[in-house]
Design a protein around this ligand. Structure first.
Ligand code: KIV
Ligand code: NA
Length: 264
């Protein structure tokens, strides 16, 4: 199957077709999603949460993200691979943003990077695009700004709707090939999708965006405890794995494993 490229996402929108994106952080999971036909894989800085057990995305480093990113690239044949540039690795200047973006394409082999931010990040995105780095923009609720935004909150309610549209427009004008919206009212996301030429991706943004994304551990029931209301759980992997681990430990304790056929 031929590769999904950024131009194809644009074509999906033009043709009124939807596409799927899931996060991935390792080669095996990436290959499963790739073979299942998921068009885009996101090496999210949510790796800080789901892979490293941190409570925010802020502490993850470029070097850590590069390991996850390279692993996903190695597991993929068809999907477009996008990696998050982590907090602190791009905001200081367009030059810093270009240098970080180059590392993701050069050292990890990803096809694009995702940048969180409002209109203030437009010069950074413009510089990255000019350097040959495809950029997906992330607006609305941006987890790297969790402390500035006062926690996990829906963005763009009421008068703030205009701000989301403004940010999305600024990112498109700066050359972003796609705009992802997180936790914005469904009507606002619909308005933004209609106003933009580039495709949009939603998470907690209703059903009018061109694509949808979820964190795979949330989607497959790996995440412990409460998950956000925008998550739909498609499997209970935590239960499956827990049962298998319990059975293995029981077999070892009882002497049932290994059996004769497992020995040499
Ligand atoms: O890091 C991440 O997983 C993300 C998605 C939730 C959009 O940015
Ligand atoms: Na992210």
């Amino acid at each position: 199957p031929s590769r999904i490229r950024t131009v194809h996402l644009r074509r999906f929108k033009d043709d009124g077709r939807r596409f799927a994106m899931l996060t991935a952080y390792d080669a095996q999971i990436a290959s499963i999603f790739d073979e299942a036909g998921v068009e885009v894989l996101l090496v999210g800085d949510s790796a800080a949460n789901v892979m490293m057990g941190r409570t925010t995305t802020l502490p993850i480093t470029v070097d850590e993200m590069l390991v996850f990113s390279r692993s996903v690239v190695n597991g993929v044949r068809r999907a477009l691979v996008v990696a998050d540039v982590p907090f602190g690795s791009y905001e200081a200047s367009p030059q810093q943003a270009v240098a970080t973006g180059v590392r993701f394409l050069k050292e990890a082999g990803v096809h694009a990077v995702k940048v969180e931010g409002d209109a203030a990040m437009a010069p950074h995105v413009r510089a990255m695009v000019a350097a040959g780095i495809p950029v997906m923009a992330h607006v609305g609720f941006t987890p790297q700004s969790e402390h500035a935004l006062g926690g996990y909150r829906v963005q763009g309610r009421g008068d703030a709707a205009a701000r989301v549209l403004e940010d999305a427009r600024a990112m498109q004008d700066a050359g972003a090939f796609c705009v992802l919206m997180e936790m914005v009212p469904s009507e606002v996301a619909a308005e933004v999708d209609a106003a933009l030429e580039v495709p949009t991706i939603g998470i907690g943004a209703g059903g009018s965006t061109t694509g949808q994304v979820l964190v795979w551990q949330d989607m497959l029931g790996m995440t412990q405890g409460r998950v956000p209301r925008f998550v739909k759980r498609y499997a209970d992997l935590r239960g499956v794995i827990s049962e298998a681990a319990t059975a293995f430990a029981d077999d070892v304790r009882s002497g049932t494993f290994p059996a004769e056929e497992h020995g040499f």
